[in-house]
Ligand binder design. Structure first.
Ligand code: ATP
Ligand code: MG
Length: 417
């Protein structure tokens, strides 16, 4: 193990969460080892602001609970203590070890870890972590970093390296494939060749991951401000098609609407605006939904019903890979189903549309559609304008014969793509 002094790494205890320090002090006073571990130390060294501060300790979860009244035990796959300080929660995990493979505390299925509650020593805990840069331990009492896996060198070289044999580690937990992409893109790291090498061939293992866990990972991939470069990296490593199979003919050339939706998401994150996965999923699945809805419309179904049905089908197909939470899939469907309603510009119902809950998202979606359907440009401009003008002008715009009037033309049906 290498110990790196504060004068070399520069992280002082005032840079880390005061509550995490309290937890550590308490544990250390009771005779346990305890350190800040994982992403927060990595982020501080790389100049990013940590999301949260996790603690690893030699104390068992039960001992943590006995020492701290504000601790609660959670988790099955990993048993943990959560220590709550108002809105901040410090996650405290007991050092994990290697133990025997078929002990009652660890379940392995064809090389994949199902449950991992074998406790171990500090160095074993470091080695069970995924990437070297995620395994650094920081002791606020001495302001030193404890490095069991040469992670400090990797941070300094901005290098992403799996601990141990990459093929074994990806097989153990294929979600590490996605984590690799996330850290590489978000933290601007280069992937060490042995870590990058097996990715494409191991990508199909993602099929074994429960859709709910993939969903959580996908939110992190696409909502942390690097959605577009992340998308490109996922495509390059053959991971995208495991998550969203058969959506686009060539994922390397995604539809313009999808590319722009990803870029807009990043732009919003950069400006501190809220982003919702419901909008992104609406963009991802749109081509499929639209093609199917056009078929249903051609067979005589009303446009809104056709989009509802096509949306339902697309979501059901997608749920086999990634379980999209209902509140987000509902939002995607609302965005799709509002699209034909933009074509009705006359009367009160046009004004009512503006006040609907999903109007803003659906309008933003209409703007994206213009990229692929330039004939929608005028319509989109009309909806932009009606939001900008005063009430009197709004009413004038929706009058029959007003600017809002749309000449009745026979509906041109676009070819199914
Ligand atoms: P962030 O919170 O920014 O997403 P993080 O590195 O803190 O990044 P978490 O998911 O919060 O990621 O996990 C905390 C730590 O737990 C990681 O830094 C890593 O050491 C370890 N870890 C997380 N997931 C895995 C995994 N699938 N396999 C091995 N170790 C993991
Ligand atoms: Mg974290």
């Amino acid at each position: 193990m290498r110990v790196i002094e504060c004068k070399d790494h520069g992280i002082q205890s005032r840079h880390v969460s005061a509550n995490a320090c309290k937890v550590i002090e308490r544990l250390q006073q009771a005779g346990h080892a305890a350190y800040i571990v994982g992403g927060s130390i990595r982020d501080l060294l790389l100049g990013h602001r940590p999301k949260d501060f996790d603690v690893a300790t030699s104390a068992t979860p039960e001992q943590v609970r006995e020492l701290m009244r504000n601790a609660r035990l959670i988790g099955r796959r990993f048993r943990l203590a959560h220590v709550r300080f108002g809105r901040e929660i410090i996650e405290v995990a007991t050092f994990r070890g290697n133990g025997s493979e078929d002990s009652e505390h660890r379940e392995v299925d064809q090389g994949r870890l199902i449950r991992d509650n074998v406790y171990g020593t500090e160095p074993e805990d470091a080695e069970r972590r995924d990437f070297t840069i995620n395994a650094l331990m920081y002791d606020p009492a001495t302001e030193t970093i404890r490095d069991h896996v040469d992670g400090y060198e990797d941070v300094r070289a901005r290098r992403l390296r799996l601990i141990g044999d990459p093929v074994t580690r990806y097989r153990e937990d294929p979600v590490r494939l996605l984590r690799a992409i996330r850290f590489m893109v978000k933290l601007d790291l280069t992937m060490e060749p042995a870590t990058a090498g097996p990715m494409v061939s191991m990508a199909p293992l993602l099929g074994e991951i429960p859709p709910a866990r993939l969903f959580d990972e996908i939110l992190k991939l696409f909502l942390s401000g690097c959605a577009w470069p992340t998308y490109q990296a996922l495509v390059r490593q053959a991971l995208w098609k495991e998550l969203f199979p058969d959506l686009f003919p060539d994922p390397a050339q995604p539809p313009p609407l999808v590319e722009q939706a990803l870029k807009n998401t990043d732009d919003r994150v950069a400006r501190g605006l809220p982003v919702t996965p419901g909008f992104l999923f609406a963009a991802f699945l749109w081509q499929r939904v639209k093609a199917r809805a056009d078929q249903l419309i051609a067979a005589g179904m009303a446009p809104v019903d056709a989009l509802a049905e096509a949306g339902e089908e697309a979501m059901a197909a997608q749920a086999r890979q990634v379980a999209i939470h209902r509140r987000f899939s509902t939002m995607s469907k609302e965005i799709w189903c509002m699209q034909p309603r933009f074509e009705k510009r006359r009367g009160k119902r046009a004004l009512r549309l503006i006040n609907e809950r999903r109007f803003r998202a659906a309008y933003d979606f209409l703007l994206l559609r213009v990229l692929e359907e330039p004939e929608l440009e005028e319509l989109a401009q009309w909806w932009t304008r009606i939001q900008e003008v005063d009430n009197e002008e709004k009413h004038r715009m929706v009058q029959p014969g007003g600017k809002g009037r749309k000449r009745r033309r026979p509906r041109k049906r676009k070819a199914v793509q």
